[in-house]
Write a protein that binds this ligand. Structure first.
Ligand SMILES: [Ca+2]
Ligand SMILES: [Ca+2]
Length: 395
């Protein structure tokens, strides 16, 4: 038995030695090549680059080339990063090269996602590690918005669509909307600075998102956005439906409203104002529909108003549809097709600016005379999501 084991051992040794003699090692002078992994935060735009370092074990007097291509994993090319393939060349006597992959950042909270770079077909080098893993780390808190809530039809008997924005584009449609820029309170002692930045107003998943943030900017402590359709989309009479999910919290003041286009000629309040939706965030279940008109001073108006309080929940829980039904000498404001404010020219009186063209304004104000300032209970950022605005004209 012992003899057998010894024989087997010798035989194995012989085979091993024989193998070693037969196999010619790969060109001993060739360096080996490996690729690093990259783990970085995603960023919120297209400015994040993942640099995959490709390194040689030693220098060589020949240029080294290797082909590479990206491979989807939980991160998908065209969605999370720009898919790429090509040839990397490391010049003679250099020891590394870099493959830069563009990350398609967004502001949506997602899991950390991975993709790979795969190396192949090397020349003048042997690959020792052919796969670099890219890990895109989440840097967002924004959660995709469930689409539940009230919905209105896309057509009405007796009406035709005059204009609409479903916010399904990759960015805000600037042929419809202008970002108004500035601070100063707009006569209400508001605390925000309205920026033209795409992180204060952007489209996402078929929604317009207006985002109010707590940050120092433009000499103020909050930023937000105020979008207007002035000189781009104006209308007189018809039906307006705006489907939106609203922000809340002390000091938060979202509004979906309209001003008379004559504001530059006659001033406010003479131009007229129709507030289809206003809430103050400390009472997030109570919507206000209001008209303002003149003549009054620069900071006050005559107003007529109605309110509607949701029986359960608040306007931040899910979508609601805020509507205006407007005809000559008549204004009616609704929420979820419930009419809660109606007025007529007879009630308003002789000075009646509401038979003229108006333009739309969407904004979130922070602070101001009506809501007061935010306090420790106010959570930032706050967002208003608008699924659509549809303006119908009567046939
Ligand atoms: Ca991000
Ligand atoms: Ca939409």
């Amino acid at each position: 038995m012992k003899k057998m084991i010894l024989l087997t051992y010798c035989f194995a040794l012989f085979v091993a030695c024989g193998d070693k003699e037969v196999v010619t090692p790969p060109t001993v002078s060739e360096p080996t090549l490996f690729i690093n992994d990259v783990t970085l935060f995603e960023g919120n735009d297209r400015n994040t680059i993942f640099p995959f370092k490709v390194s040689l074990s030693k220098t060589t007097d020949k240029p080294v080339t290797v082909q590479f291509s990206t491979r989807d994993n939980t991160a998908v090319g065209g969605v999370d990063f720009t898919a790429q393939s090509g040839t990397l060349t490391i010049p003679a006597n250099a020891t590394e090269g870099v493959i830069n992959i563009q990350i398609l950042g967004d502001t949506l909270k997602q899991i950390d996602k991975q993709f790979s770079i795969v190396l192949s077909n090397p020349t003048n080098v042997t690959i020792s590690d052919s796969i670099g893993i890219g890990t895109i780390r989440n840097d967002d808190t924004f959660i995709a918005i469930p689409n539940d809530g009230y919905v209105t039809p896309e057509t009405y008997a007796g009406y035709t669509m005059l204009w609409n924005d479903e916010f399904s584009g990759a960015s805000l449609d600037t042929s419809v909307w202008t970002r108004e820029v500035g601070g100063g309170g707009w006569g209400n002692n508001e605390l925000q600075f309205y920026t033209n930045r795409t992180d204060n107003a952007y489209t996402q998943n078929g929604n317009l998102i207006i985002e109010a943030k707590q940050e120092s900017f433009g000499g103020r402590n909050y930023t937000s956005a105020r979008l207007i359709t002035k000189n781009k989309r104006e209308f007189t009479f018809g039906r307006v439906d705006i489907r939106a999910k609203l922000p809340k919290g002390k000091g938060i003041w979202p509004a979906l409203w309209a001003l008379g286009e004559k504001i530059d000629q006659v001033g406010w309040p003479n131009c007229g104002e129709i507030d289809i939706m206003e809430i103050i965030g400390s009472q997030p279940n109570k919507v206000h529909g209001t008209i303002h008109y003149g003549p009054q001073g620069a900071t006050s108006s005559i107003q007529r108003t109605g309110t509607y309080t949701l029986p359960t929940g608040d306007f931040s829980d899910k979508y609601h549809v805020f509507s205006l039904i407007w005809s000559a000498d008549n204004i009616e404001i609704l929420v979820n097709d419930i009419s809660y404010f109606r007025t007529t020219r007879t009630e308003v009186g002789a000075i009646y600016p509401f038979n003229e063209p108006f333009f739309m304004i969407f904004n979130i104000a922070v602070g101001g005379n009506w809501p007061g300032a935010p306090d420790a209970t106010t959570v930032f950022p706050q967002r208003m999501a608008v699924d659509y605005i549809r303006v119908f004209r009567k046939l």
